[in-house]
Ligand binder design. Structure first.
Ligand SMILES: Nc1ncnc2c1ncn2[C@@H]1O[C@H](COP(=O)(O)OP(=O)(O)OP(=O)(O)O)[C@@H](O)[C@H]1O
Ligand SMILES: O=P(O)(O)OC[C@H]1O[C@H](OP(=O)(O)OP(=O)(O)O)[C@H](O)[C@@H]1O
Ligand SMILES: [Mg+2]
Length: 281
């Protein structure tokens, strides 16, 4: 059985469970279950604190895990990123009261509060800056007002929490994070791992592409195909109506309406977009 770690709660939990469900894996019935078996697919899932997942995977007890890139770096565990999963995106940033600290060099000799000391220590070493790191479990944005730190380093998603606390970011983002699939460094994948990866890649593609179908006059086909090159190559079939062809092509969702408008202006008609439920490429 393949043994996979999944966040049991927090910002990545729902996204991870949704993605595994879309990939055809049976997930736990209740959010309190700490383990579940999908016998049909030969996979056992362990629901763990997201910050602990890289540690379990690096120890070799579990084959793979879903965690945040920032959490994996913070743990210091020797895991390698196998696949970026496209959800749980955030940046990790320094912040302080506006005007009090303007750049990372200005942190020298100051106190900095964070829940991610591993990430912060690594970044400060790279900058050659010496600070006192104050480790907090959460609600880090309060640390400055309450007098335990001069600056903070924390996850920023929308920026709402920082704004409410009257803090402003400074310096470049320390890192960009999203949910990632990790395995023990140097561990070669096997057949079961490859199948899981194919399924997860299928979910990523199904989420980011739509299937576009349209009819176009044969002499306009080359211009139409330039707009819809697809992943391999579009499918072109004859129409009963003389001089026309039907085209089918996978198109990036983010680009969809621009492409549909351009196809219409070119003379294509019957332009239909449909969701892809699942795929293997
Ligand atoms: N708004 C957000 N708040 C916290 N983490 C987020 C957010 N958006 C994305 N993430 C990512 O989720 C992961 C943190 O998940 P985690 O479950 O530890 O945080 P949490 O939801 O704040 O839970 P807790 O505070 O109970 O530890 C990190 O990889 C982080 O980058
Ligand atoms: O940029 P935003 O969209 O405001 O999101 C970022 C905030 O969300 C998280 O806090 P969470 O709610 O998890 O509380 P915590 O600090 O106790 O972990 C994170 O630690 C930031 O404080
Ligand atoms: Mg949190």
């Amino acid at each position: 059985m393949l043994r996979i770690a999944v966040p049991n709660k927090g910002a990545l939990s729902e996204g991870a469970t949704d993605m595994l469900t879309e990939a055809g894996y049976r997930q736990r019935r209740s959010s309190r279950d700490l383990q579940s078996v999908d016998a049909a697919n030969g996979v056992e899932f362990f629901y763990l604190r997201p910050g602990d997942i890289a540690t379990y995977v690096a120890s070799g007890d579990l084959d793979l895990g879903i965690t945040g890139r920032d959490l994996a770096v913070n743990s210091g565990a020797e895991v390698e990123e196998v696949l970026a999963l496209g959800f749980g995106r955030s940046t990790f940033r320094y912040a302080a009261r506006p005007g009090e600290v303007d750049d990372v060099a200005g942190l020298d000799g100051k106190r900095i509060a964070t829940s991610y000391p591993g990430v912060v220590r690594r970044d400060l070493e790279q900058h050659g800056v010496k600070t006192e790191i104050v480790k907090l479990a959460g609600a880090v944005e309060n640390a400055i007002a309450l007098g335990v730190a001069d600056a903070i380093a924390d996850v920023v998603e929308t920026g709402t929490t920082l704004k409410q606390a009257g803090l402003a970011v400074f310096g470049d983002p320390i890192m960009h994070s999203e949910a990632v699939l990790v395995r023990k460094g140097g561990n070669p994948g096997n057949g079961a791992t490859e199948q899981l990866l194919r399924r997860l890649r299928g979910v990523l593609v199904a989420r980011s592409y739509v299937m576009l179908a349209y009819d176009v006059r044969a002499e306009l086909l080359e211009s139409a195909v330039e707009l819809t090159p697809g992943i391999e190559s579009p499918t072109v079939s004859p129409l009963h109506r003389e001089g026309w062809v039907a085209v089918q092509s996978m198109t990036e969702r983010a680009d969809l309406h621009r492409v549909m408008d351009a196809l219409y202006e070119l003379g294509a008609r019957g332009i239909l977009a449909s969701n892809i439920d699942a795929c293997r490429l």
